[in-house]
Design a protein around this ligand. Structure first.
Ligand code: UDP
Ligand code: MG
Length: 151
């Protein structure tokens, strides 16, 4: 396992539905470390860059409309295997196919309102972290109970 960082965003539906605390709790409880967090309303340019890989897909413009429609909570989480680990906490893209116990499995129904984004690999994580955060907005710190989490 290697120490990684991943980009996580609570989408506008998650913020509007008051799910920010619920979602943060799941990442904290798992044992991942929060190293950056801010709330913002993304510009269209930022949203289009973030979802650039989906530019040709039919849902692209609706997705960008939705992501720019209100505040999101953007975060960077750090930990051993956090990229895949976060995807497991999040669950499948289609919430009705996401396992109960996952964020999407527990909290969402519709693919267009699936509450949360998480980077899907190392390259995507590095790209997305750089897109959404300045390095000065990310903190290196050691949790006081670190030795109780990892050897
Ligand atoms: N999406 C959608 N319709 C689709 C596929 C995707 O609205 O048919 C949205 C959905 O919100 C999803 C996002 O586009 O979370 C990005 O799609 P991706 O396949 O990357 O899913 P994710 O990585 O978020 O699980
Ligand atoms: Mg994706």
């Amino acid at each position: 396992m290697t120490l990684e960082r991943t980009f996580i965003a609570i989408k506008p539906d998650g913020v509007q539905r008051g799910l920010v605390g619920e979602i943060l709790l799941r990442f904290e409880r798992k044992g991942f470390k929060l190293v950056g967090l801010k709330q913002l309303i993304p510009s269209r340019e930022l949203a289009e860059k973030h979802y650039g890989v989906h530019r040709e897909r039919p849902f692209f413009s609706g997705l960008v409309d939705f992501i720019t429609s209100g505040p999101i909570v953007a975060m960077v989480w750090e930990g051993e295997g956090v990229i895949l680990g976060a995807r497991k906490l999040i669950g499948a893209t289609k919430p009705l196919e996401a396992e109960p116990g996952t964020i999407r499995g527990d909290l969402a129904v519709d693919i267009g309102r699936n509450v949360i984004h998480g980077s899907d690999g190392i390259e995507t994580a590095n790209f997305e972290i750089g897109l959404w955060f300045k390095s000065s907005e990310l903190n290196d710190w050691n949790p006081a109970d670190h030795c109780w989490r990892v050897e």
